[in-house]
Design a protein around this ligand. Structure first.
Ligand SMILES: [Zn+2]
Length: 487
């Protein structure tokens, strides 16, 4: 993501975090001998920055979202079908929602009791299935709901309103729950299918591969999408707008599917056409293939000003491109969000405390791109960032222990950490560490400690452990290898 403000996490108290710690069973019994002992699933997944985000007690395998949207009025109806598996004996479990009116909940096709209570970043939908659910048991939850996209959510906004009456989702870090009931934690990734319905004149978009278009009610069309690679809810990328689809081919058959305002296709075509070359450059630079089978840019006419790495469909506000006729600096933000498809989307931080693993590489490789294009020096950028980082470590936390998302510490500050690693081990080893990281954790979750472990393993250099821990967690800048004059 690129944005200007700092996204403050929900207030985290030590008590709240401690209360979410999972109890360790006193004695391990064989699963057959173990008595059924159902308890409520935790109302939070234990993220240090967002303690009530996500839920415990189950693991989502697949989300199937049907969403019917009426432009201008912003009314919508939805049906979310969740295939999950219990990870403990459950008497009840929670889903995250915000400003959704729940109509019915079933578990395995049977009506389930449910209630809604305020949470710290939205609401908690508590579902109590009849008789409870045994540990390891697969189960299906269906939630039917409705709402209005102009309702002010309890937390930060996730809906972005476009002046043509449409919308786009910008759900990071905690706002997927304003569109659908989800387990809104980075830790619980799942595959997805989408069925988005909109009236004629509007086109729906979603993450993944477009699999079909079919008539719905008179004057309305449903578009289907499928995402086979697991995705955290925060990367939800759905939209309905007066937009047009531009298609293309990337390296080794990657499908390119871009969404741009329908009356601006000629303006944006030469911009989105740079994507194929950028994927090839990043694949070559990282030494790892693009992790998904489709990619595209979603560019909105208005209503959104930042850039966000929604999985397989990065979202951009229009201002990044306003000088595109005379300058190519807009390509830097394209590289930033494209880099996130590897760092953040394919390999997702276990908690938001490790968000530097998303933003550090995105800033670093965009700066490397600019350097290779001859538009800005990587070394100059890193020197300036190093100089600023020392003070930021003290006010906002070091890159590996930020007090909030969105700050300099996890963006340019984290790029400085990668630059320091590069300076210390050299190009060949640095590339080996990065490629190994992306391959080892592809499609999964990993955190700062996993990054350190991987670097030590790949280089066979145990001294990298204190070196990286110092760079990630210290309240003072370590000296920059190769640049003893940097202050
Ligand atoms: Zn970013």
């Amino acid at each position: 993501m690129i944005r200007t403000g700092i996204l403050r996490a929900a207030v985290a108290t030590v008590a709240a975090t401690a209360a979410l710690a999972t109890a360790v069973p006193a004695q391990a019994l064989s699963p057959h001998a173990r008595p059924f002992d159902p308890k409520p699933g935790a109302p939070g997944a234990g993220d240090p920055l967002f303690p009530t985000l996500g839920n415990g007690g189950y693991d989502v395998r697949h989300y199937d979202l049907s969403f019917d949207f009426t432009p201008v009025t912003y009314d919508f109806t939805g049906t979310m079908k969740i295939s999950a598996r219990a990870t403990q004996d459950l008497s009840s479990f929670n889903l995250d929602i915000d400003s959704l009116a729940i109509d019915a909940v079933t578990v395995d096709g049977k009506d389930a009791a449910w209630s809604v209570a305020p949470g710290s970043s939205g609401q908690e939908l508590t579902v109590t299935p009849d008789g409870g659910l045994r540990d390891h048991r697969p189960f299906d939850v269906t939630v039917t709901y409705h709402g209005n996209g102009r309702t002010k959510p309890a937390g930060a906004p996730g809906w972005r309103h476009i002046s043509d009456g449409g919308f786009v989702s910008a759900a990071q870090a905690s706002r997927a729950d304003t569109f659908a009931p989800v387990n809104d934690t980075t830790m619980d990734k799942a595959t997805w299918t989408f069925h988005l319905t909109a009236p004629d004149g509007y086109t729906a978009g979603a993450n993944g591969t477009a699999t079909g278009t079919r008539p719905a009610a008179p004057g309305r069309t449903t578009r289907d999408f499928r995402l086979d690679a697991p995705m955290a809810p925060e990367l939800l990328g759905i939209s309905v707008a007066r937009q047009t689809v531009l298609t293309g081919r990337g390296p080794h058959g990657i499908t390119l599917r871009h969404l741009v305002p329908e009356d601006q296709a000629d303006t944006y075509r030469p911009i989105v056409e740079r994507t194929a070359g950028q994927i090839a450059w990043l694949e070559n630079t990282l030494g790892v293939r693009y992790p998904f089978d489709t990619y595209g840019m979603q560019i909105v006419r208005d209503g959104y000003g930042d850039a966000l790495e929604n999985q397989t469909l990065s979202l951009f506000g229009p201002n990044w491109f306003k000088n595109a006729a005379t300058s190519t600096t807009y390509t830097n933000v394209m590289i930033h969000e494209l880099t996130h498809q590897w760092f953040g989307d394919s390999v997702t931080p276990t908690t938001w405390q490790s968000a530097w693993l998303n933003e550090g590489p995105a800033v670093y490789y965009a700066a490397l791109w600019a350097d290779r294009q001859g538009t800005a020096s990587l070394q100059d950028k890193m020197k300036a960032a190093y100089s600023r980082l020392d003070a930021v470590r003290k006010t906002d936390g070091p890159p590996g222990l930020p007090t909030a998302l969105g700050g300099f510490n996890i963006y340019d500050g984290a790029a400085v950490v990668l630059y320091a690693l590069h300076q210390r081990v050299g190009q060949k080893e640095f590339d080996a560490v990065i490629a190994s990281w992306l391959r080892k954790h592809r499609g999964g979750n990993a955190d700062s400690q996993d990054f350190v472990d991987n670097a030590v393993r790949v280089t066979h250099d145990a001294s990298l452990r204190p070196f990286l821990e110092d760079w990630l967690f210290s309240t003072e800048n370590p000296p920059m290898p190769g640049h003893p004059d940097w202050v």
